[in-house]
Design a protein around this ligand. Structure first.
Ligand SMILES: [Zn+2]
Length: 266
């Protein structure tokens, strides 16, 4: 009884597998047929140019190759003309040929894959141009405290740029740094450099330069600005204008004779 049961089950399983296989083959046959039919219609060789155009540089396609090789040619290449029509493969562009892993023929030398398929990327500037401008007094005396101002803007965007600039007096590298808009919000594009009297006292009489140097950051490119200023002799000694003759103090009006306190009677 158990034996019969197993046999019956086996038969059903086999029948099921057979049915499945049958169903598979019958359902697969139409798709198998459609894949074998070529998606590209056979190129008509008559449309291909048989001679090179006058301006070969402007020729962008089509190019030809053989199914039995991995070389693409200009259609007028004598090597290409040897390809049997049933083996001929036509590529609309070099990019198409390269996409199919074909390489340029060394006889007719068609445009190479890399330059024509991927246009050479023009290097995009990583930093935007900036313009720094320093200004301040054209002349001041030794020992006089002065303030210089610098503005820093992006040229194209007309935006404020902020950060630290280096400054140099007479190209003296150890000038220091100078914060443009130290708050860092870039709400203002200018910053002041304050030179105390003790600092300007060290400068010689004559012409000096003040150079500011913005090194740039990841967004904004570097820029510089230079101005000249003249330091004169200290005001009190040499160029001191004489004190104006002191206007005499006005004769004080005499205090009015105080009226005597009234004698208090108790
Ligand atoms: Zn060729």
């Amino acid at each position: 009884m158990a034996m019969v049961c197993v046999v019956v089950m086996l038969v059903t399983v086999l029948a099921g597998v057979a049915g499945c296989m049958q169903a598979q083959t019958s359902s697969n046959s139409p798709t198998a047929q459609s894949t074998t039919t070529p998606t590209q219609t056979a190129p008509t060789t008559s449309a291909l140019p048989t001679t090179a155009p006058a301006n070969i540089q402007s020729y962008t396609g089509p190019f030809v190759g053989s199914k039995n090789s991995d070389v693409y040619h200009y259609p007028w290449c004598y090597e290409a003309k040897k390809i049997k029509s049933e083996n001929l493969v036509v590529f609309a562009t070099v990019a198409d040929a390269c996409a199919a892993n074909y390489r340029p023929c060394e006889v007719c030398n068609p445009p190479a894959c890399t330059p024509s398929s991927t246009p050479t990327a023009t290097p995009t500037p990583t930093q935007l141009p900036t313009q720094a401008l320093v200004s301040g007094p054209a002349s001041f005396a030794q020992g006089q405290a002065v303030t210089f101002t610098t503005t820093l803007n992006s040229v194209n965007e007309h935006k404020n740029v902020c950060g630290a600039v280096n400054y140099y007096i007479d190209d003296y590298a150890a000038g220091g740094t100078w914060n443009i808009n130290p708050a860092g919000t870039c709400s203002a594009s200018s910053g002041n450099l304050y030179l105390a009297g003790a600092d300007t006292a060290k400068l010689s009489v004559g012409t000096h330069t003040l150079k500011i140097d913005w090194l740039g950051d990841s967004t904004y490119g570097p820029s510089q600005s230079v101005m000249t200023f003249t330091v004169t002799s200290p005001t009190p000694t040499a160029t001191a204008t004489p004190f104006p003759t002191a206007t005499p103090f006005p004769t004080p009006t005499p205090f009015p004779t105080p009226t005597p306190f009234p004698v208090r009677t108790l």
